[in-house]
Design a protein around this ligand. Structure first.
Ligand code: PA5
Length: 443
């Protein structure tokens, strides 16, 4: 079953048939580069086959650990940043109820350095039973390392060293990094981030799957959905029937026509963090060599009352990709009202989701008429399977898109610059010269 459909009809007036044909050739060549595994960054292609190569014993261990976490704890602290954070959060936010917690509450931390967040978190968890999953592929990233140092101490103080061992899980490299050394020394259970899977492509590894399983979402179904996408996208070389290739084609075409910003739009608040995951995936994969489409996001209709003016009327350098959920499982009907003082009786009998759908259509046309090309991705249903499928769709499209752009999709050299400056300014040994240089720049 295909969980997605792609409608690019509201983009076609922005480029010619000849331009389309030209970029089509490049996308097909980029697809071949990916599939031949000979392109830039080809030592990071582990994600490509992950849906069929995932070790079933490892999957069992993830589910068992999640079971133990939920048995002992009402809260799981998931400590990580970037690719070691956004995938799990995107999924958990999609499936958790808006207003109550089912089972284990997953709280994300270590994805910034806010002292006030940490202070309030320590206060919030002090009377709760909790476990920790610290996630860092390199095992050396500053934000999660600081958070873990503080939370590990709090947990040991609360439960003692022996009980702490049952409550701390480390997801990291199989052999190297400070986190691996620490976890081995303390006897914490570890899960491995495969060498050949980069952070932003790692949601379908223990990085994402352990917190997701602890939140109660069915990880088997997620992997099944990803496998369906894998079978569909990797075997199909035709742009007209492979929507991952078609999406890569249209966004590259629009980029070349001056549309430098892509806004991923949703009409369901629970998709807000999915957009954050998508932004990292495309932003870190494409933003290189002074190239790349800026990945932005908007939550509609909320942001129509803040960003709507800019999209309708501002500089014409953007396009929209609307991610619309077709079958929303809960709904409320608007009733007629005798006095009709609010003038809304014309909506009587319609459901809120029907109105939301009409808002989607009306806005797409308005923005298109205002000069904003519009791609529509329809997700037929929101289930763990369709989520797995959607993740793989975007990962595949992203890799092809970045190769079409001519960059290495799998490195992130630009992320290092701020880290070096931060270490130097904080006085980390080995950074003395840089510290002096920086201090001259900003006295
Ligand atoms: O995609 C990436 O590689 C990065 O965003 C990393 O996930 C992020 O920097 C965190 O790295 P680590 O997992 O090594 O702590």
């Amino acid at each position: 079953m295909s969980y997605l459909s792609l409608d690019t009809s509201l983009t076609k007036t922005f480029f010619s048939e000849a331009e389309l044909k030209e970029v089509e050739k490049e996308v097909l060549a980029a697809r071949d580069v990916l599939e031949s595994r000979k392109g830039l960054g080809n030592d990071f292609l582990g994600w490509l086959d992950l849906p069929i190569t995932f070790d079933s014993r490892e999957k069992c261990r993830i589910k068992q650990a999640a079971g133990r976490i939920c048995e002992h704890s009402s809260v799981l602290l998931a400590v990580g940043i970037g690719g070691s954070y956004l995938g799990a959060r995107s999924c958990i936010e999609l499936f958790k109820p808006y207003f109550k917690n089912n089972g284990c509450e997953v709280i994300f931390v270590g994805n910034h350095i806010s002292g006030s967040y940490m202070a309030e978190l320590l206060d919030y968890i002090k009377d709760k039973d909790y476990s920790i999953n610290v996630i860092s592929k390199s095992g050396t990233t500053t934000e999660p390392a600081i958070a873990f140092r503080i939370l590990e101490e709090a947990l040991i103080n609360k439960y003692g060293k022996e009980e702490a061992k049952k409550r701390i899980f480390a997801t990291t490299d199989k052999a190297k990094g400070a986190l691996k050394t620490l976890a081995d020394a303390e006897g914490y259970e570890t899960f491995v981030v495969p060498d050949d899977v980069g952070g932003r492509f790692s949601v379908l590894t223990p990085v994402g799957l352990l917190p997701i399983a602890a939140s109660g979402v069915d990880v088997d179904k997620i992997l099944e959905g990803a496998k369906e996408a894998y079978l569909e996208f990797t075997s199909n070389k035709s742009i007209t029937s492979n929507i991952a290739l078609e999406y890569a084609l249209i966004r590259n075409l629009l980029y070349r026509k001056g549309k430098k910003f892509e806004i991923l739009v949703n009409y369901e608040p629970r998709f807000a963090y999915f957009a954050e995951w998508w932004k990292q995936l495309f932003g870190e994969s494409e933003g290189k060599d002074h190239k790349g489409i800026w990945p932005a996001s908007a939550n509609f209709t909320t942001d129509l009352h803040s960003l709507g003016q800019m999209i309708q009327d501002g500089e014409r350098t953007m396009f929209e990709t609307v991610l619309e959920l077709e079958n929303v499982n809960k709904d409320v009907t608007i009733k007629a009202n005798d006095n009709n003082l609010d003038g809304l009786n014309f909506l009587a009998g319609k459901t809120m989701n029907e109105v939301n759908h009409v808002a989607t259509l009306g806005t797409r046309i308005a923005h298109y008429d205002g000069g904003v090309p519009n791609i529509l991705i329809k997700l037929k249903e929101l289930t763990p399977k369709s989520y797995g499928y959607l993740v793989y769709f975007f990962e595949y499209a992203c890799a092809v898109s970045a190769y079409t752009l001519g960059v290495n999709p799998f490195n992130q050299p630009g992320v290092e610059a701020y880290k070096k400056n931060m270490f130097a300014l904080l006085g980390k040994p080995g950074y003395e010269d840089l510290k002096a240089e920086l201090e001259k720049k900003v006295k």
